[in-house]
Design a protein around this ligand. Structure first.
Ligand SMILES: [Fe+2]
Length: 145
């Protein structure tokens, strides 16, 4: 016996949307406590010196959350932290859930970069598996020759 299945498909192209990027808002301007918590614990904060030396290692620490810590649960955690110079990706750190154990700690990543340009415009992204991508405020670093 021979079975012939015929079908016709209408193929509709659905373009992939650019992911939404949540930008940092100063939580002192936010009234609802729950919203402050949500924004703060998802926001990457860049900590580094104001000036760097060209051709020498320069440490940039990205800390997720300033006042509030983010969960580190199996289904809800900070999966990655990325560091950009302008729109150029410099480095990315990936995490698995449970890295921070049961301790209420901020996800903290230190990147070592070697600047070659006169200025760095550092921007960090943090990716939460439940709440998406969050962007830091940019930090400008002057690079001395
Ligand atoms: Fe989250």
């Amino acid at each position: 016996m021979k079975i012939i299945v015929q079908s016709s498909f209408k193929i509709k192209f659905i373009g992939e949307n650019m992911p939404k990027i949540n930008k940092y808002i100063d939580i002192d301007t936010v009234e609802r406590e729950a919203k402050k918590d949500l924004i703060d614990r998802h926001s990457p904060f860049i900590h580094c010196a104001e000036t760097a030396k060209a051709g020498e290692p320069f440490e940039v620490t990205v800390k997720m959350g300033n006042e509030y810590t983010h969960p580190d649960d199996f289904d809800h955690y900070i999966e990655s932290v990325s560091l950009f110079n302008g729109e150029t990706l410099l480095a990315k750190a990936s995490y698995v859930p449970g890295t921070l154990g049961n301790v209420k700690a901020h996800n903290t990543t230190t990147f070592t970069i070697i600047p070659t340009s006169k200025k760095l415009k550092l921007v960090a992204h943090g990716y939460c598996t439940k709440h998406g991508i969050w962007e830091s405020t940019p930090v400008t670093v002057n690079v001395e020759a």
